[in-house]
Design a protein around this ligand. Structure first.
Ligand code: ZN
Length: 217
């Protein structure tokens, strides 16, 4: 296998362990994938294996139609969801699907998360929409997620969990963490009163500043 796919397998094994350590999934649920640049391939976590024991050889290499190219393990049951996102979004190189508690609570209520805190506005740039319900692992779910995701980087899956995407695994992981935090804040703020969303203008400014002046570059 080409070197890039081998490197991608190592990164996905590490990202899966990080996702589990952060409490974004319980047990073997959730999944992570990474695009192999210039190859029309991706690598994805295997179905139903503990994240803390994943080795790079357990990560499955697939093409963007969802066929296994290399690997002895069975790929994640949400393979179709991952490759459908890569086909629809050439800018996306990493996909993380989590079952984190507060995002899943919003998904169970089928309520979008409004942009009411600055880090969500910066990283997601608007509300987190809800994809209509589709059975886990189905093509129907994949199509609904791609449709609701649009050009964004986060989406809730009705009665299921969430998906975060990014140019890399770190970004997809950050999106999943910030959405989980925002869902938690929204639900706690709802106990205190009605959470107030930032105005569209404020959200756009926060997003623009984040992309252009935030950090060290
Ligand atoms: Zn799931």
């Amino acid at each position: 296998m080409i070197l890039r796919a081998e490197k991608a397998r190592e990164k996905v094994a590490r990202a899966g362990a990080k996702m589990a350590r952060a409490g974004l999934v319980v047990g073997t649920w959730g999944n992570v994938s990474y695009r192999v640049l210039h190859e029309d391939l991706a690598v994805i976590t295997p179905s139903g294996m503990p994240y803390d024991a994943l080795m790079p050889r357990d990560i499955v290499v697939v093409d963007l139609k969802g066929n296994v190219v290399e690997g002895e393990r069975k790929p994640s049951t949400e393979l179709e969801l991952h490759v459908a996102i890569y086909r629809a979004r050439p800018d996306v190189c990493a996909v993380m699907h989590t079952h984190s508690v507060f995002a899943s609570a919003m998904a169970a209520a089928r309520m979008p998360i409004p942009p009411m805190v600055e880090d969500l506005a910066q990283l997601v740039g608007g509300e987190v929409p809800v994809a209509e319900y589709g059975p886990a692992g189905s093509r129907e779910l994949a199509e609904k997620v791609v449709s609701a995701l649009g050009e964004g980087n986060a989406v809730l899956l009705a009665n299921h969990g969430m998906v975060g995407v990014g140019e890399g695994l770190d970004e997809a992981f950050n999106v999943c963490q910030i959405v989980e935090k925002a869902a938690q804040i929204y639900l706690w703020a709802s106990l205190a009163g009605m959470p107030v969303a930032l105005s569209r203008g404020e959200v756009l400014k926060l997003r623009k500043d984040y992309l252009t002046v935030y950090g060290q570059q």
